[in-house]
Design a protein around this ligand. Structure first.
Ligand code: MG
Length: 218
């Protein structure tokens, strides 16, 4: 069992499934040589991928191009399906920061061959999570900045308002495809500036006002 820990609280919530959105920032889609898709790209990560701030990211032996992606992560607070935008807003229970670690060489090969991204996105330690803050305790204005550095050199920094689909719109869209339940997590996509990390590198990332995390590559 993996849990979400709430900042400054003894509360913990069991994580359900992890649903991720790809290409939700236009400048990131462009830097990958992609176009912004008409509908968001959706993929999953398994629970076995989850680690926490302070843990180590294990560089898989079957890749030569490990990339960082920092993302706002939503925790869902109730079971929902086919909901409208107002209910989607109320289904969001907490906010956190996550790394969607990605094997870019494998992903490029999978895209070319028309295969799922599973191998590129689901390896152990590929989902790093911060502590979360409850939505009732934090007003997400989307003016908040999301940022990531590698060895203290900044790589990613953008306002959350650059997201193409906003949090409630993402939850509404996913709920039209599959049931979301309490404890499910939603990775909302990464801004521009993704790049390579190597063994020994230290990633620090966060969202102003929400949380920060750090992880070393080994
Ligand atoms: Mg991502």
């Amino acid at each position: 069992m993996k849990t979400i820990k709430i900042k400054n609280s003894s509360k913990e919530f069991e994580i359900g499934k992890i649903v991720c959105v790809g290409k939700n920032y236009a400048e990131h889609a462009l830097e990958l040589g992609s176009v912004v898709p008409e509908k968001p790209v959706i993929f999953l990560k398994p629970l076995t991928a989850v680690i926490y701030s302070g843990d180590k990211i294990t560089y898989p032996s079957f890749s030569n191009e490990l990339h960082h992606e920092v993302e706002l992560v939503l925790m869902i607070g109730k079971k929902v399906k086919d909901i409208d935008i107002e209910e989607a807003e109320t289904a969001i229970f907490a906010y956190g920061v996550g790394l969607d670690m990605t094997l870019r060489d494998i992903q490029a090969k999978m895209k070319k061959e028309g295969h799922p991204w599973t191998i590129a996105k689901c390896f152990d330690t590929s989902a790093v999570l911060s502590e979360f803050v409850l939505k009732e305790d934090y007003n997400l204005s989307l003016e908040d900045e999301i940022f990531l550095s590698v060895n203290d050199k900044e790589r990613q920094r953008d306002k959350l308002n650059k997201m193409i689909l906003k949090p409630a719109e993402i939850v509404q869209y996913i709920s039209s495809l599959m049931t979301l339940e309490k404890g499910d997590l939603v990775y909302t996509g990464t801004p521009k500036g993704v790049g390579i990390v190597n063994k020994g590198d230290v990633i620090k990332a966060g969202i102003e006002g929400i949380a920060e995390l750090s992880a070393m590559i080994v």
